[in-house]
Ligand binder design. Structure first.
Ligand SMILES: NC(=O)c1ccc[n+]([C@@H]2O[C@H](COP(=O)([O-])OP(=O)(O)OC[C@H]3O[C@@H](n4cnc5c(N)ncnc54)[C@H](OP(=O)(O)O)[C@@H]3O)[C@@H](O)[C@H]2O)c1
Length: 361
């Protein structure tokens, strides 16, 4: 092995990773870890997947590390080869001893559970917790953040809003001294795809059926169509970026069910577009937030965002207008949000240990 490479190998810290929820997002994360493995090792980050769990898989633990190439075949009928089955969450954490737990279970918008309990247990067990699930951020951000600080661990959630787009880290790091006054955006892709379909001549029902056919919308799309998903995202952004407690019920919410193809096309003929717009505005220590269909002039940057793309525009005390647009994201972008959280944590740990060494000398 060349000496430069050997030097890098010596500096590698291998993180024991556990995946809680093994659907689209965490499976994409495994592929991404494999794809970026060399880059990560060059940055001093090694990894081993020591546990995988889901409702149907149960709690699979393997402290020696699972073979990532075989993980994609893991299914409820074939979990034995990857490790031993633990009895429950606590037993799983005890056996797999993770440094980081990636939580990507299904969203329960009403309670954020059981993901909140999972993250709490991971932090108590001494692991960092990274989630793609908006529920814990909306329902328990302050508690989990405080617990992470007590445990000297990190709670991170970059993938929860606009997939892997660096919004939370942008405000935490580069915009740390900036005050967010308001935000406006399009944060739900299903409704945006349905609105685009109606502009192209379809009825509401046909546009929704088409969105379901191409896999953008779920069979029961009411969560998106009635504005719940967008409201959850607004609440997550407000709770974290404005530091103001906002519950989902406090977001004024109207979905796109009341719109017809005729209405949408009539607006287009007048040079305007219907969009499901998310808004939040700070007023002192309180905030007003809404999700509702609005008619926007074509010249509005939000009007130019169609299909599965999304956009958010921030008004701050320093930057009057700062806009981020995400074009056609895939699940890989969400997985990237989680990977970027891992890289951020590893970098922080590296800096703290370098500082500690310096102080000892
Ligand atoms: N897909 C995206 O692009 C995207 C983007 C941003 C955020 N997210 C968020 O990321 C999370 C995961 O999304 P996904 O697309 O990967 O969902 P998914 O494909 O439906 O996978 C969900 C996983 O969670 C597991 N699960 C559900 N309830 C559980 C419970 N009570 N205990 C343990 N495991 C449980 C499921 O287990 P079984 O399969 O065994 O039932 C499944 O493995 C969701 O919160 C979602 O809102 C997703």
């Amino acid at each position: 092995m060349p000496s430069a490479r050997r030097g890098k190998e010596q500096a590698i810290r291998t993180y024991k990773l556990c995946l809680l929820g093994f659907g689209n997002v965490n499976r994409a994360l495994v592929s991404l870890l494999q794809q970026k493995d060399e880059w990560l090792r060059d940055r001093g980050i090694g990894w081993n997947i020591c546990g995988v769990a889901s409702r149907r898989l149960g709690w699979v633990a393997n402290p020696e590390g699972c073979d990532p190439a075989k993980l994609q075949d893991l299914n409820p009928e074939n979990s034995g080869g990857s490790g031993e089955l633990a009895d429950d969450l606590q037993d799983w954490l005890r056996r797999s001893r993770p440094d980081v737990v990636f939580e990507a279970t299904s969203l329960d918008p009403d309670t954020g559970q059981p993901a909140i309990d999972y993250i709490r247990a991971a932090l108590h067990a001494g692991a960092h917790a990274i989630t793609a699930n908006k529920g814990p951020v909306v329902h328990a951000y302050r508690e989990l953040q405080a617990l992470a600080e007590v445990q000297k661990r990190f709670f991170r959630f970059e993938a929860t809003v606009m997939d892997g787009v660096p919004i939370f880290s942008l405000f935490r790091e580069s915009l740390a001294a900036v005050e967010l006054k308001s935000l406006r955006g399009i944060l739900n892709s299903t409704t945006n795809v349905v609105l685009s379909g109606m502009e192209e001549g379809l009825s509401f029902e046909d546009a929704l059926a088409q969105a379901q056919k191409i896999g953008v919308a779920e069979t029961d799309a009411s969560h998106d169509i009635d504005g719940w998903d967008a409201a959850v995202k607004v609440a997550a952004l407000v709770n974290v970026l404005m530091g103001i407690r906002l519950r989902i019920e406090e977001v004024q919410r109207e979905g796109i069910r009341g719109l017809t193809g005729e209405k949408v096309r009539a607006a287009l003929n007048r040079g305007c577009r219907y969009k499901l717009v998310c808004r939040a505005g700070r007023d002192g220590n309180s905030v007003t937030a809404s999700v509702r269909p609005e008619i926007l002039p074509i010249s509005d940057p939000l009007a130019g965002v169609s299909g599965t793309s999304s956009i958010v525009s921030f008004e701050t005390d320093i930057f009057p207008g700062l806009t981020i647009t995400e074009f056609n994201p895939g699940v890989q972008a969400t997985a990237y949000g989680m990977l970027s959280d891992l890289i951020g944590i590893a970098d922080r740990e590296k800096s703290s240990s370098a500082l500690a060494t310096e102080q000892e000398q």
